[in-house]
Design a protein around this ligand. Structure first.
Ligand code: F6P
Length: 320
């Protein structure tokens, strides 16, 4: 078992609110367990370039409430090559880094696995607003992103109602409708259009025509089979209702993390360090049924996250 003396932490892929809370937990837990800890800036790109900074106990004061990531983040095409991975391992070795904690999504975990295979033990912490990481019920940033989107839709509802309009709201989610589904339920949407479900748009037109209401909210995942602009056009044409499209976009990724994101990020950060200090690598930490746990990275990547069918059914029942 590798003896850990000094470890690194980086954030990779899209940022998500609560990543700073996880960095803080990683740093404070490392100090608690007597490990030296450095922050790697700009994800794997920064690792290859040796862009690192020591993280003292107090360097993470007053970041728990901040969105974004103090370490910055990046998606690196260079790291995605065998040479890139090798050079990252060499740089870690030159800097006497014995293990690395990676906060990010599935793509980042694939990189972490390759680093582990070349001898640099890694632990992944799920961080993405999409909540599409299969091994965990929860990923850092999802709760905040949901709340931001719901707050925005509450505002849209006021103006939709005043003008008797239909509001189409595009919600983020690279390949997954998980975020859109929760947002749709929490905002009382008439329909939630997500990639996992074959919605016949005719059903949506029928629902609008059958309702006696004068305003509607339709949530569309960015991963839905039709672009939200097209959905807006079709609904307007087929129902004759004045329709407006709002793309929430990156607004959903910014701002102060919710209490839930801060608490879960702190738990996951602690768990990651607890594994590292024992010399355990090649794992992803996770929260399942409210319990902290961890999985082999490949096992975590192989799992499939299926849509919560009951939740989808409920969303349809309550929107009738
Ligand atoms: O994976 C997180 C996410 O916010 C997705 O929901 C979205 O599709 C993507 O990142 C956007 O990426 P970028 O920040 O590179 O535009």
């Amino acid at each position: 078992m590798a003896k850990m003396r000094k470890i690194g932490v980086l954030t990779s892929g899209g940022d998500s609110p609560g990543m700073n809370a996880a960095i803080r937990a990683v740093v404070r837990s490392s100090h608690y367990f007597g490990l030296e800890i450095v922050g790697v800036r700009y994800g794997y790109q920064g690792l290859m370039q040796g862009d690192m900074m020591p993280l003292g106990m107090r360097s993470v004061s007053s970041i728990i409430q901040r969105g974004g990531t103090i370490l910055h983040t990046a998606r690196s095409a260079e790291f995605a090559t065998p040479e890139g991975v090798k050079s990252a391992v060499c740089m870690a070795c030159d800097n006497e880094i014995d293990g690395l904690i990676v906060i990010g999504g599935d793509g980042s975990f694939r990189g972490a696995k390759e680093l582990s295979e070349l001898g640099l033990p890694t632990i992944g912490i799920p961080g993405t607003i999409d909540n599409d990481i299969s091994c965990t019920d929860y990923s850092i940033g999802f709760d905040t992103a949901c709340n931001i989107a719901v707050e925005a839709i509450d505002r849209l509802r006021d103006t939709s109602e005043s003008h008797n309009r239909c509001s189409i709201v595009e919600v983020m989610g690279h390949r997954s409708g998980i975020l859109a589904l929760d947002v749709g339920i929490a905002s009382g949407a008439l329909a939630v259009l997500i990639p996992e479900k074959e919605w016949d748009l005719q059903q949506v037109y029928n629902m609008i025509e059958a309702h006696e209401k004068s305003h509607y909210i339709v949530v569309v995942s960015e991963a839905y089979k039709l672009p939200s602009q097209e959905v807006k056009k079709l609904i307007e044409e087929k129902t004759g209702m004045a329709t407006r499209l709002t793309v929430l976009g990156h607004i959903q990724r910014g701002g102060a993390p919710s209490a839930l994101d801060r608490v879960n990020a702190t738990k996951l950060g602690y768990r990651a360090v607890d594994l590292m200090r024992k010399g355990i690598g090649n794992r992803v930490v996770a929260i399942r049924s409210d319990l902290l746990t961890d999985f082999d990275i490949q096992e975590a990547l192989d799992m499939k996250k299926s849509l919560d069918e009951v939740l989808f059914k409920i969303s349809q029942v309550v929107s009738m």
